[in-house]
Design a protein around this ligand. Structure first.
Ligand code: GLN
Length: 448
């Protein structure tokens, strides 16, 4: 069914960089045979999933939507995908993203953008836009993405699906191509919160191959879903509803979502998180700094693109990087290298780390009086292609409301909460304290 659906719509949506049809059919046949033989089937048996193309899949190319990795076939499997296949899930294909997950629209992909299934003239969001579009267009049941500053939640909001970023360290990053290692986290896209819980259940948990992965037991996320919300204290973050560039229709939908939580037994409390307004400035120092270090490995020697021609090693490396990386990736590397250089590191990088702590304290203060925070996911609905083409700062503003959760390592989810007058989906974001995914999923499930 899903392969036929991809055949029918992906010429327009362009969610996939590669469709692994043969493998999917073989896996499905194997599971059918096991079922016919009366075997006990694992929890995700036969569920077709799409995987963002920055997660390594052994023997299947993993490009990060970059010329640099166009011909890279990983010899190993990421922990998250390994766990999904062990749970019986079926890989249906690898999905498009902004190059190395840097962007909010898939427009920086070296292989062309994906299109929003609700309006193909508009972006699906990013960077995990291919995964969000694939779920929204019915090309798979669910998908994985990665979220460094909003790359799961913002495209989920633009495409009208559920997108969950777990607590930093809840899910292994082994085999996720690193962008900003202190922020990156893998999570699911799905059409329901219950499906997101099923997938988190499988991918979460300690992994000796990722030193930042928490050694803590994984609670039963499904068990909490049906608990009522009586007495739940819901914090409405004032600064997020007064945010610059927040569309009036988005604000109205999100306030309606808050009213719905109140009807479900919640109590609305206004809270103030003034440092959230420094999130973008802080993120666009920290994330490029970490990226500049992580992307140093693409030197034309070890793997990835190597420019042909003669010259010194330094010349070959410079040419390979100039040819292999697109404009946005080069911009981030330059910003990061500058912010980390001697003489500037205290003024930029260390200062940003201090502000990051202050953002975290805003959350601590808020969670001393409420259980969950509610904000819009994105200030706007999906924008047309090229809308921010010559203004990277305008594009960065799309991350305003999602970045704080990454800065503090907190779990956050985007859930569809309505449509604007163009018929484009709006998303509401819920955020809880560290490791409170069960509570987060419960609130989102009761709401949806
Ligand atoms: N849009 C943000 C950026 O461009 C976030 C990306 C992400 O979460 N991977 O960096």
């Amino acid at each position: 069914h899903h392969l036929a659906r991809i055949e029918a719509v992906d010429g327009t949506v362009k969610a996939f960089l590669e469709v692994t049809a043969e493998r999917a059919r073989a896996d499905a046949d194997r599971i059918d045979a096991a079922r016919a033989a009366g075997a006990d089937l694992p929890p995700l048996a036969g569920i077709p999933l799409a995987i963002k193309d920055n997660l390594c899949t052994a023997g299947i190319s993993t490009t990060c939507s970059s010329r640099m990795l166009e011909n890279f076939v990983p010899p190993y499997e990421s922990t998250v995908t390994e766990r999904l296949w062990q749970a019986g899930a079926v890989l249906i294909g690898k999905t498009n993203l902004d190059e190395f997950a840097m962007g909010s629209s898939t427009e920086t992909s070296a292989f062309g953008p994906s299109h929003n299934p609700w309006d193909p003239e508009r972006v699906p969001g990013g960077s995990s836009g291919g995964s969000a579009a694939a779920v929204a267009a019915g090309e798979c049941v669910a998908a994985l993405g990665s979220d460094t500053g909003g790359s799961i939640r913002q495209p989920a909001s633009f495409c009208g699906v559920v997108g969950l970023k777990p607590t930093y360290g809840r899910v292994s990053r082994y085999g996720l191509v690193a962008f900003a290692s202190s922020l990156d986290q893998v999570g699911p896209f799905s059409r329901s919160v219950a499906d997101a819980a099923e997938i988190l259940q499988v991918i979460a948990g300690e992994d000796p191959r990722d030193a930042t992965c928490l050694r803590l037991p994984v609670p039963d996320y499904r068990a909490a879903l049906e608990q009522p919300l009586t007495g739940l204290r819901v914090g409405i973050v004032r600064e997020c509803l007064e945010a610059e560039g927040l569309a009036a229709e988005v604000k109205a939908s999100v306030l309606e979502a808050a009213a719905q939580l109140e009807r479900l037994g919640g109590e609305l409390v206004e809270v103030s998180c003034p440092r959230f307004n420094d999130g973008i400035a802080t993120y666009y120092v920290i994330a490029p700094s970490e990226a500049s270090a992580n992307l140093a490995r693409y030197d034309g020697v070890k793997y990835g693109h190597r420019a042909p021609g003669e010259g010194s090693l330094a010349e070959m490396t410079a040419r390979s990087r100039a040819e292999g990386f697109g404009d946005e990736v080069q911009r981030r590397i330059l910003i990061g290298t500058y912010a980390l250089s001697a003489g500037y590191v205290d003024a930029y990088y260390r200062k940003a780390q201090q502000v990051r702590t202050l953002i975290r304290r805003d959350f601590d203060r808020a969670f001393s009086s409420v259980d969950v925070l509610l904000t819009p996911t994105s200030p706007t609905t999906a924008f047309p292609f090229g809308a921010h083409a010559d203004d990277p700062l305008a594009m960065y503003l799309a991350d305003l409301l999602t970045i704080p959760a990454n800065m503090a390592g907190l779990p956050a989810i985007s859930v569809p909460c309505g449509f604007d007058s163009r018929g484009l989906p709006v998303g509401v974001q819920f955020i809880t304290n560290v490791l409170e995914e069960a509570r987060l999923l419960q609130v989102a499930h009761q709401y949806e």
